[in-house]
Design a binder for this molecule. Structure first.
Ligand SMILES: [Zn+2]
Length: 246
């Protein structure tokens, strides 16, 4: 039994068929929440990909809501581009080159044309997450993840090298990261209906405006583990993305 349901949709330009996937919630073993709002279910990102680059003709199109007639759950009687060929524009994330390629895709999309605020927010949020992916699990470089038997020495060592290199690349791109976050913040403050959970205080924290982050978090009515963790990291003056639960 598959962990996901497939659906199929067509490129509006060349009519090629593409396979999409919806993860079945009841079959998820592990969910991870990061402070920037990115959620992974068994390593699948839960936020749907709304912007598609057709693997057949290179046409870029948006899928707002996967509904018929563009979408069908019946496998069409035609060649279908599998999910891996177009998901995240067909990029492989086994090294930092793939992560940088994803960043460059979003930057190019943003440069190429003017978007509705809702779509620009979507692209800038994904660009933010893509920068954070460079050092998202930096805590794994600590010795205790090897000593705990959490991973073998080979895996830990290889992972460590990748993460330390990712951290260097992140710092090298810090100005672009900050510029993107400032623009995203301005858009979200203008369009509060597009904000997700604690995204705004988190952006202030990642921009190292810790007092503003604390001020906003203090105003949150019901305290959760998430709010408390963001407050703790703001007090430590730590601006890096971290794992909230998982
Ligand atoms: Zn196409």
């Amino acid at each position: 039994m598959f962990k996901y349901d497939s659906f199929y949709f067509q490129c509006p330009h060349c009519q090629a068929w593409l396979e999409g996937r919806n993860l079945k919630a009841e079959m998820v073993n592990q969910s991870i929440l990061y402070s920037d709002g990115k959620v992974l279910n068994d390593n699948y990102i839960t936020t749907p990909q709304k912007m598609i680059l057709c693997p057949s003709c290179g046409h870029v199109f948006w899928i707002e809501k996967p509904v018929e007639p563009l979408i069908t759950f019946e496998k069409p009687d035609a060649d279908v581009y599998s999910w891996n060929t177009w998901r995240f524009f067909g990029i492989s994330f086994s090294d930092n080159k793939g992560k940088l390629a994803l960043i460059n895709h979003y930057k190019t999309f943003l440069k190429k044309s003017h978007y509705e605020p809702k779509n620009e927010i979507y692209l800038r949020r994904f660009l933010w997450w893509a920068y954070n992916d460079l050092h998202r699990n930096l805590h794994y470089v600590r010795w205790r993840y090897f000593l705990n038997g959490f991973m073998s020495f080979g895996v830990w060592h290889c992972n460590r090298r990748l993460l330390l290199e990712g951290e260097k690349l992140f710092l090298r791109n810090l100005k672009d990261f900050n510029d993107n976050l400032k623009r995203l913040l301005a858009l979200l403050e203008k369009h509060p209906e597009e904000q997700i959970d604690l995204e705004v205080p988190e952006i202030y924290r990642e921009l190292r405006q810790f007092d503003k982050a604390k001020e906003l978090l203090d105003k949150v009515g019901s305290r959760t583990h998430f709010t408390n963790e963001l407050l703790r990291h703001s007090k430590w003056k730590d601006s890096r993305v971290f794992m909230v639960s998982g």
